[in-house]
Design a protein around this ligand. Structure first.
Ligand SMILES: [Fe+2]
Length: 290
């Protein structure tokens, strides 16, 4: 299992405060059977900002510490990029880290309002070949109030990553219900922990995936049968033969495979062709009592 969203690196953002905390997070992560984790510190136009070499050096140092302590966890470079108007220019200049230096970009939005240029920006990113992963859509006010808001983006090379903690109810009942609705309507492809520390905002990826499998997949959410834990879990896909050799059914495939083979795109397309992203008469209206 791989975690594609974490604030594990020490003193980069509002995540781990120091090396000791980062080590505790790494130990907890390994204990839960997670092999690799993408370090995705917050990245903004101003404020949290760093250069890729700086990030790589931080990861190298941290990886060395882990190795010395025999903590077997692979760290990959990435960033949780907060949307801003000049993002494309900076991306093209190589100033913005993507997930494991692939074309996948983990993109965060303001909690209380998507900027008016969002549609244009997402369109232009796709034209340029970037694959956008929307970070924790279930937490944004517009999506909580109307999960159909995400539907307009749930096509093309736009993906969504739900937080495992949301599925477990850590962020409240409405966020949890929103995450479930998004899954029910096939608008989510990935789960990440978005861990910031140990404890309440700690490593919950495994529990989140297990909750999802128990509550949804085994109850016959057919298109979820191929979903998607920390990175991707392959299970009973009709398109089995199309996967690269060496990928076994019902196994976790490596993060490198996912991103270097553009597997997410493939899975995403297949997933969508066969399962159809749904926008069904807004049934969640009833859930909110409207
Ligand atoms: Fe995050």
């Amino acid at each position: 299992m791989y975690d594609i969203h974490s604030h594990i690196l020490p003193a980069m953002d509002d995540g781990a405060r120091n090396l000791a905390e980062s080590i505790r997070i790494a130990e907890e992560t390994v204990k839960k059977g997670i092999k690799g984790i993408v370090a995705t510190p917050h990245f903004m136009e101003e404020g949290y900002r760093f250069a890729l070499p700086e990030l790589e050096e931080k990861i190298r140092q941290f990886q060395e510490v882990l190795k010395k302590r025999e903590i077997d966890l692979e760290i990959y470079p990435g960033a949780e990029v907060f949307i801003y108007p000049g993002l494309i220019r900076d991306l093209e200049e190589g100033l913005v880290p993507t997930i494991n230096k692939s074309s996948y970009l983990l993109l965060e939005f303001p909690m209380y309002g998507f900027p008016p240029y969002t549609g244009d920006l997402l369109y232009n990113l796709q034209v340029l070949g970037y694959k956008v992963i929307i970070a924790h859509p279930e937490r944004y006010r517009e999506v909580v109030e109307d999960p159909d808001f995400l539907y307009r983006f749930a096509r093309g090379s736009i993906y969504a990553q739900v937080n495992s903690s949301s599925l477990l109810g850590v962020l409240g009942e409405r966020v949890k219900r929103t995450a479930e609705i998004l899954f029910l309507h096939n608008m989510v492809q990935l789960i990440g922990s978005d861990l910031h520390s140990t404890g309440r905002r700690g490593q919950t990826l495994r529990e989140g995936v297990e909750r999802l499998e128990k509550n949804w997949i085994e109850k016959g959410q057919n298109c979820c049968s191929g979903i998607i834990g920390g990175s991707l879990r392959i299970r009973s896909w009709n398109a089995w033969n199309h996967f690269p050799t060496g990928v076994k059914e019902d196994s976790w495939i490596s993060l490198e495979s996912v991103f270097s083979h553009n597997l997410l795109t493939f899975v995403g397309n297949y997933y969508r062709i066969n399962c159809k992203v749904q926008s069904l008469n807004r049934p969640w209206r009833f859930l909110w009592g409207r």
